[in-house]
Design a protein around this ligand. Structure first.
Ligand code: X90
Length: 278
């Protein structure tokens, strides 16, 4: 079934190139009353962050619509995809409606979009697994089932310095957000099983936050599998954490990327996201 397969994801997955397959990324938007930033590969993320720092008004985000997803499916016979958690965004909902519409107008086509109940580098792991399964020539149902199973073994944790944009957009309670906005404090937490932001620890200073991340990963069953790090212009935290991982798990497969627009907007300056396998 290697004819005409398309892989799709929304831009919260952070836009990577896989070794042998293209991914079509459907952009979310970051919106102010002056301007709209579309989270494509062409978005100048540092420039956007600079403008948002200077901007005093309200900002928000918007998920892609049904037709954006249908466009991304192209003319494929088979579509596999992954979306940001349906508990914080309308992305998955739009993608499922798009899938139904596409299949009813193309009766031979098959579409499966996974609700990641997560975002960022956990979605990257899912995309890499899709590629692996497609390459080994598995059938549609088998790939769908394997991906569902795999996603039970993938997790997302983070260290964040601010939850302001989460709170402003009603995606975390103001009480939780306030506890973080103290200078030098970082919140270490995870994507919960329901796909919401779950704070776990408050840490003073980056070094402690990174130690805590490693401890929490172990507690969640990390034993040396793949790790995908995505940082919001905090290369030093990412490389310090990668070194810490390699000290403890010499054979672990860890890579580092930059967050794109949507993840940078919510993870804010200094944020580090960690996708990993248990
Ligand atoms: O539909 C929309 O407007 C998008 C809303 C997205 C809200 C969540 C973005 C999360 C970005 C921040 C840290 C990780 C939190 C994990 C929670 C599942 C990444």
């Amino acid at each position: 079934m290697n004819h005409n397969i398309v892989l799709v994801a929304d831009s919260s997955a952070n836009i990577h190139t896989l070794s042998s397959m293209d991914v079509t990324y459907v952009p979310l938007k970051i919106v102010t009353s002056d301007k709209e930033y579309t989270d494509t590969i062409d978005l100048d993320v540092p420039q956007m962050l600079k403008e948002l720092r200077e901007y005093k008004g309200k900002s928000s985000t918007a998920c892609p619509g049904i037709s954006d997803w249908v466009d991304a499916f192209g003319n494929a016979d088979t579509v596999f995809g992954v979306s940001i958690t349906s508990n914080l965004s309308g992305c998955y909902n739009a993608a499922s409606i798009a899938a139904d519409e596409y299949m009813s107008s193309n009766p031979n086509a098959k579409v499966f979009i996974l609700d990641s109940l997560s975002t960022g580098p956990e979605m990257q792991l899912i995309l890499e697994k899709y590629q692996e399964l497609i390459e080994t020539g598995r059938g549609f149902d088998e790939i769908r089932d394997e991906i569902r199973n795999y996603s039970k073994r993938t997790h997302l944790m983070f260290s964040l310095e601010s939850l302001d944009n989460f709170a402003k957009n009603g995606r975390v309670s103001p009480v939780v957000a306030k506890a973080v906005g103290v200078l030098g404090l970082r919140i270490v937490g995870k994507a919960s099983d329901e796909g919401t932001l779950e704070p776990m620890h408050k840490c003073r200073g980056e070094k402690r936050a990174l130690q805590q991340l490693l401890t929490s990963m172990r507690e969640s069953g990390y034993r040396g599998g793949k790790v995908r790090l995505a940082h919001s212009y905090n290369e030093s935290a990412a490389s310090t954490f990668a070194a810490l991982l390699r000290e403890n798990y010499p054979d672990c497969d860890v890579t580092i990327t930059c967050n794109r627009g949507l993840c940078c907007y919510y993870a804010e300056e200094g944020g580090l996201l960690v996708g990993f396998e248990s």
